[in-house]
Design a protein around this ligand. Structure first.
Ligand code: ARG
Length: 460
């Protein structure tokens, strides 16, 4: 059955049908489509736009159809799209009464409504995964406050940091992701139903009733915009993209920190892979795949933004291309979040190696400069003097914590005994007590703050 064949004298070509169809992917909307139809038909009955008994019969049959789909006894095939499929099945079961369902509705406002319902649920789901990930990170951070690793800039040793402070940095990113999704939810939570094809309807429908049945907070205020707006899809995929960006950066860190050259992290065998030719290899395929899949989600974002950019108002069939991008971004981000959480629960740190690496590479040089500033030298001069000390160490194969005091004093008379303490990595880490800094007290405060913000985000 086609919903639109009345006007035509010839049946459509099979190739055109195949090209036009969306059921092969929009079947995923079945639950939300039926839910929206039940709300719509209840409203039609309540407002007496169709007889109450007909509305009840349609609604009961839709519930049965949903149950059959869930059971797997009703295969989702043989129609142009999910909306046609449901209406066709309804009419098959209850005849002419089923044909009343589409009163005061168009597939244009129907699909926009289904998609918004779907995205709202998906946001809740993805945020649940993000919450679980942050909880794993908080656990790791709590166990590693006292351990020290090198912090890098430009992939060169910069300053010693706490392992927990490093882990917390990722928690901060994922908290922002939750916030971004929460914000996207607000703009998605607007019901387009009642906009019909594009101009609204002359039936006395009660849009607020339908919205409240579907738990939409708002209803759209312009029917032309409502049927053609897919900003919420683009925004959702952008939110997925930042999650992937963060997962990808984390993957990159894990890949090189677990390499033989670094040896800071060990990924459990359960989440590693081997080589078909080199027996010694233990490969980080999982973080590599997460890093690789980031490109897919960016591709999905580019796809939806490009679909939207050139279409005239209002609905155009181009908009059918919104779904595969959305579903692919969702599946990818959920899959990556799930496996990444497991991976993180199965990594271990070589804290000795990390600490030794932190002590190398003159990573406390900034502490020397800061020390001189505290003794009265202007920072720029202190930077230059410290640079000379580092050069001296390089030329004489020494480290900053192994230099004698008298050597320091050759570079400046401001140096006293205290400098020998200040250049030790644990002192350097402990010295940074500023909010957000590396000292244990600051890192513990960061953990508390992350926990508090996370809990607050899920309370509302
Ligand atoms: N499958 C279509 C979509 O996903 C449903 C809306 C069809 N509307 C239309 N006027 N042909 O966009």
């Amino acid at each position: 059955m086609k919903l639109w064949e009345g006007r035509f004298t010839q049946p459509s070509a099979k190739s055109a049908d195949d090209f036009n169809q969306s059921l092969s992917f929009d079947y995923k909307l079945y639950w939300h489509d039926i839910l929206a139809s039940i709300a719509h038909v209840k409203m039609l009955g309540e407002t007496q736009i169709i007889p109450k008994e007909s509305a009840d019969k349609i609604s009961d049959t839709l519930v049965n159809i949903l149950a059959d789909i869930e059971k797997g006894s009703l295969p989702l095939e043989g129609a142009e799209d999910i909306h046609t499929f449901v209406e066709q099945e309804l009419t098959k079961r209850i005849g002419a009464t089923g044909k009343m369902l589409h009163t005061a509705r168009s597939r244009n406002d129907q699909v926009a409504t289904d998609l918004r319902l779907y995205v709202k649920d998906s946001i809740v789901n993805v945020c649940g995964h993000l919450k679980a990930l942050v909880n794993t990170l908080l656990n790791i951070a709590n166990n590693n406050v006292q351990y020290i690793m090198p912090g890098y800039t430009h992939m060169r040793r910069a300053q010693p940091i706490s392992v927990a402070q490093y882990i917390n940095a990722y928690s901060e990113m994922f908290l922002r992701d939750i916030e971004r999704f929460t914000d996207c939810y607000k703009r998605t939570d607007v019901m387009p139903l009642g906009s019909c094809a594009m101009a609204g309807t002359d039936f006395p429908i009660d849009r607020r009733m339908t919205a409240s049945l579907l738990s939409f907070s708002e209803i759209s205020q312009n029917s032309i915009d409502a049927v053609s707006d897919r900003d919420f899809v683009a925004e959702y995929i952008f939110c997925c993209s930042t999650v992937m960006a963060h997962l990808s950066r984390f993957s990159e860190d894990i890949i090189y920190y677990s390499s033989e050259e670094f040896g800071f992290i060990d990924i459990s065998d359960k989440y590693s892979t081997g080589s078909s030719i080199m027996p010694q290899k233990k490969n980080p395929d999982i973080p590599e795949l997460v890093r690789g899949k980031t490109g897919r989600v960016y591709g999905d974002l580019t796809a939806i933004l490009t679909v939207i950019k050139g279409i005239p108002l209002s609905y155009n069939k181009d908009l059918q291309e919104d779904k595969e991008a959305l579903f692919d971004a969702e599946t990818t981000v959920l899959g990556c979040l799930g496996i990444f959480n497991e991976l993180l629960q199965n990594i271990s740190f070589d804290t000795r190696k990390m600490r030794n690496a932190a002590a190398g590479g003159f990573s406390t040089a900034t502490d020397i400069a800061d020390y001189l500033v505290q003794k009265g030298m202007p920072f720029r001069d202190a930077h230059a003097v410290t640079g000379q000390i580092v050069r001296y160490c390089i030329e004489n194969n020494k480290t900053l914590d192994k230099l004698d005091l008298f050597v320091y004093q050759q570079f400046s008379t401001l140096f006293d005994e205290e400098i020998l303490q200040r250049v030790r990595v644990n002192k350097s880490v402990e010295a940074r007590k500023v909010i957000g800094g590396s000292a244990r007290s600051a890192v513990r405060e960061n953990i508390r703050s992350i926990t508090k913000r996370l809990n607050r985000m899920f309370k509302e």
